[in-house]
Each structure stands twice: as C-alpha cells, then as structure tokens.
Design a protein around this ligand. Structure first.
Ligand code: ZN
Length: 67
C-alpha cells in the first residue's frame, strides 16, 4: 500500500502534496513508513510447510467456495 498522505517535518501538518508543505514550505515525510515484520517473512514458509504436510490442499476447493 502506498501512502498518499505526507506530514510536514517542520509544522507537523498533514498534506497530500508530494514536494513541499503548502503551509510553511517545509520538508515532507511519509507519516507511517512500512515496518519490518518478522511475521511476514515466514508466511511463505508456513504455507509451504502446510502444503508439504498435506494440511492444505490446493486441488481441493475450500468449504466456502460454492459452485
Ligand atoms: Zn509545514
């Protein structure tokens, strides 16, 4: 997800402007930088482990799929 909202470093106001703060002309930064998550790193591995242990079968339709 891309953050459209920027925050001025100088005055702290939020703006959709990408270059400079429309209020004071200060530098802008993305207020919520994506955080490194150890959890995400292992999602692919967990799915693979499930597939290999036959707990997850992709050929079989999940119970919530209705024909
Ligand atoms: Zn500003």
């Amino acid at each position: 997800m891309k953050w459209l909202l920027r925050r001025c470093v100088r005055c702290g106001k939020y703006t959709l402007s990408r270059s400079k703060c429309p209020y004071c002309g200060g530098e802008l930064q993305v207020p919520h930088p994506p955080r490194f998550s150890l959890e995400d790193k292992y999602v692919a591995l967990r799915i693979r482990m499930k597939l290999e242990s036959k707990q997850l079968d992709l050929d079989k339709k999940p119970f919530y799929v209705i024909d």
